[in-house]
Write a protein that binds this ligand. Structure first.
Ligand code: SAH
Length: 363
């Protein structure tokens, strides 16, 4: 599977779009905000006299409300806390099939909103779209001051080699996955993450900052339930369809989701080994699957079916990979069943997504 050619979050602004189903990722960025804020404050205070134009890149920016919120928050924070005016070079990066058009269309409103919020005399913003994989070079040498990325780096560049047919009955690391599957995923993560660090090491100026938030795990052993329970339940829904003869078993055996959720220790080891960055902070946080209802807490008479939202969120990120393999009709039925399973599960137990936020300085 060539992840870079086919992966994209569901585009547009329809019911199944990423734009309409990315509250989880928005929560992750707001939990990470104190770390992001500290990194940009430190960058500005250390380089107050030497930088006139600040280059900021958001890697794996997707399209939707989150794409511009993080940039808006960064600019507002810098403008309100820094005496010296900057010009801003903003780079939106994602894979080429991302819906870049909808980002560009919303830039005018973005600037107008910013004017209303902080006044008209903030630094001029220059926007750029950068299509390409962050597992390769995207920018010239030493051209970036600040890199941000949220919920993107758990995606691998490819399904680990030779995974097909050995992870039987699973579409991801699960409790029945053989050890060589877990090792294969881990090796792919090590290779990808260290290449990511190497490329950014070349692109970020000395003293530049990078803050990455990704889906991770706290348990040392990856096949524990804490790993990615959302995918475990998707596996269950798919296997029910196999048992009923709706999906061929072999199709499940041949499909593997190209993501890996690392532990804090695994992340730290790669940063140390690669050597371009030092770690300022590594924060672990959790988001309850009920994130949608807690968002609306206090709002009276609103019935929120959180399970529906968890299922839709997972669908909006994974559908582009599943549809070509299983067919659209199967995927429709799969997510219908999946939302029912998620609903049952959520009424019985509490589940959480684990996030890791790592703040780095280029040395
Ligand atoms: N940062 C956004 C989007 C997260 S979704 C938010 O917080 O809402 C993850 C994004 O990472 C997707 O848009 C996906 O296309 C992108 N992505 C995955 N692998 C990538 C790669 N190798 N290079 C660039 N972008 C990638």
């Amino acid at each position: 599977m060539e992840v870079c050619k086919i992966l994209h979050m569901n585009s547009g602004v329809g019911d199944e779009s990423y734009a309409k189903n990315s509250l989880l990722q928005q929560k992750a960025t707001s939990i990470a905000w104190p770390v992001i804020k500290k990194a940009i404050e430190d960058l500005c205070s250390e380089n107050n006299n030497s930088i006139t134009s600040l280059s900021i890149a958001d890697l794996g920016c997707s399209s939707g409300p989150n794409t511009l919120t993080i940039i808006s928050n960064l600019i507002k924070h810098i403008e309100l806390h820094n005496n010296k005016p900057f010009q801003y070079q903003i780079f939106f990066n994602d894979l080429p099939s991302n819906d870049f058009n909808s980002i560009f269309i919303s830039l005018q409103n973005f600037l107008e909103d910013l004017k209303i919020q902080i006044g008209a005399d903030f630094g001029t913003c220059f926007f750029n779209g950068v299509p390409g994989s962050f597992y390769g070079r995207l920018f010239p040498d030493k051209s970036l001051h600040f890199v941000h990325s949220c919920y993107s780096l758990q995606w691998l560049s490819q399904v680990p080699k030779e995974m097909e047919m050995i992870n039987k009955g699973n579409i991801f690391i699960d409790s029945t996955s053989p050890k060589n599957v877990i090792d294969g995923y881990f090796k792919q993560f090590q290779k990808d993450f260290s290449l990511f660090l190497k490329c950014r090491g070349e692109e970020v100026v000395r003293g530049g900052r990078m803050v990455v938030t990704l889906v991770g795990r706290t348990d040392e052993y990856p096949s524990n339930q804490d790993y990615c329970y959302a995918f475990t339940l998707l596996n269950l829904a798919l296997n029910n369809m196999v048992a009923e003869g709706i999906v061929e078993e072999e199709k499940v055996d041949r499909f593997n989701i190209p993501t890996f959720m690392p532990s804090p220790k695994e992340i730290k080891e790669e940063v140390l080994k690669e050597g371009s960055f030092i770690i300022n902070e590594l924060k672990v946080s959790k988001i309850d699957w009920n994130f949608y209802s807690t968002e609306l807490e206090g709002t009276k008479h609103v019935f929120v079916d959180s399970s529906y939202n968890v299922a839709k969120c997972i669908r909006s990120v994974i559908e582009s990979l599943m549809s070509p393999h299983f067919g659209e009709a199967i995927v429709e039925e799969l997510f219908y069943r999946y939302s029912k399973i998620v609903k049952d599960e959520m009424s019985n137990k509490r589940s959480e997504f684990t996030n890791l936020t790592i703040s780095l300085t280029r040395i």
